[in-house]
Design a protein around this ligand. Structure first.
Ligand code: MN
Length: 381
């Protein structure tokens, strides 16, 4: 029985993880659930899954949460500190890091320090501090198992032969605006941007998919997870999202991992690996997909992918600045404060302005993240 802490249990990954745990409850048990704000769903989840502890990050919701759960055998805690400390609990085997953005960084680091296996959905943590996190994981002999579908695919392709990688190809669906030009993109609405053709995901990552920043973040995530040079990572547009990513080995041979696009598969694999568990999820049918197609990404109309490569090559705090300004710009777009096309320009201006630290420590990340957010916010009128 693997005991699991889900950081971000009310989000898209968190709720899908709970569906898996419910179905395979003889193999997995929920030990901790955490949410930022959504106490209603957290209460429901706590009653159903009976974790030892629940944490609500927003302390304003502590009273109503603890009142609702007072007759249940669950400890209720609140605040960012509680969230950061909880991951060290003796009774946890796996921490599913499914927080969004910078907020997942410290809990992930603390879970690694405590020796917990990390199932990583929070790609931004690796984007911001990939060198630090992977270094700590090596030092503590903690496996980081990717939940992101592309990285799970590469991880699966590398089982048994991790060392002879020539390059990896990350596939991208291209999002809802594939093939559109600048004029079209300047006028898209948030409703259109939130309609992803293949994947069901949270709002932030869905906008990131539409702008291609999601793929940019994933390129950096791949660099750290698989110890790659920037030239070894290529993005290919694959609109059907059936091939989840590919590895090309040094002899020229390639392996792809395929399947229907369903996040439950990589979540389940992160929990069960190196084993595979029999499922009744729908199977791929070749006749439903007579054609799998591929094209190059459009770097002119979707500048975020090039921006991310630049941040990766610059290193230091640049990816942290990129991520922070992207989080601010995406939120501003979701609040109807800026247009779709302004997202890239807010990011670029912030990357040009916020002071750069080549060899950052955790305090530098904290400061630079804050500064980048303030600057990005000042560019939004
Ligand atoms: Mn992905």
């Amino acid at each position: 029985m693997k005991r699991i802490a889900i950081l971000g249990s009310t989000g898209s990954i968190g709720t899908q993880a709970l569906e898996i745990i419910e179905r395979y409850n003889e193999m997995f048990k929920v030990e901790v659930l955490t949410a930022y704000n959504n106490f209603e769903l957290l209460i429901e989840q706590a009653v159903t899954f009976k974790p030892s502890i629940v944490v609500i990050a927003n302390e304003d919701n502590y009273r109503v949460l603890s009142e609702a759960l007072k007759n249940h055998p669950v400890e209720v805690r609140a605040g960012a500190d509680a969230l950061e400390q909880i991951v060290g609990m003796e009774s946890i085997d796996i921490v599913l890091a499914a927080l969004v953005g910078y907020s997942g960084l410290i809990p992930t680091i603390n879970a690694i320090k405590a020796g917990k296996t990390i199932a990583l959905a929070n790609k931004e943590a690796l984007v911001i501090a990939g060198e630090m996190i992977t270094g700590m994981a090596r030092a503590n002999r903690v496996p980081i198992i990717p939940v992101d579908s592309e990285h799970s695919a590469i991880f699966q392709c590398l089982v048994g032969e991790p060392d002879a990688i020539e390059k990896v190809y990350l596939t991208a669906s291209g999002g809802p605006f594939r093939g559109k030009d600048r004029h079209f993109l300047e006028n898209v609405t948030k409703k259109e941007a939130l309609c992803h053709p293949n994947w069901t995901m949270g709002a932030k990552i869905t906008i990131d998919s539409a702008t291609m920043m999601n793929k940019g973040l994933e390129v950096i995530e791949a660099k750290w997870l698989f110890n790659l040079h920037p030239d070894q990572i290529e993005v290919v547009i694959h609109p059907q999202s059936i091939i989840h990513s590919l590895v090309q080995f040094e002899d020229g041979s390639m392996k792809a991992q395929m399947g229907l696009p369903d996040m439950k598969l990589p979540i389940l694999y992160a929990f069960s690996c190196p084993e595979r568990i029999k499922t009744d999820l729908p199977r791929f049918s070749f006749t439903d997909y007579p054609e799998l197609s591929f094209e190059s990404p459009d770097l002119v109309n979707f500048p975020n992918l090039s921006i991310a490569y630049r941040a990766m090559k610059t290193g230091g705090t640049m990816p942290c600045v990129m991520n922070a300004s992207n989080e601010i710009a995406v939120q501003a777009f979701l609040n109807d404060r800026i247009g779709f096309y302004d997202i890239s320009s807010v990011i670029e201006k912030t990357m040009d302005k916020v002071p750069f630290v080549k060899y950052p420590d955790l305090a530098d990340y904290h400061d630079v993240d804050k500064e980048a957010r303030l600057f990005a916010e000042s560019r939004i009128v």
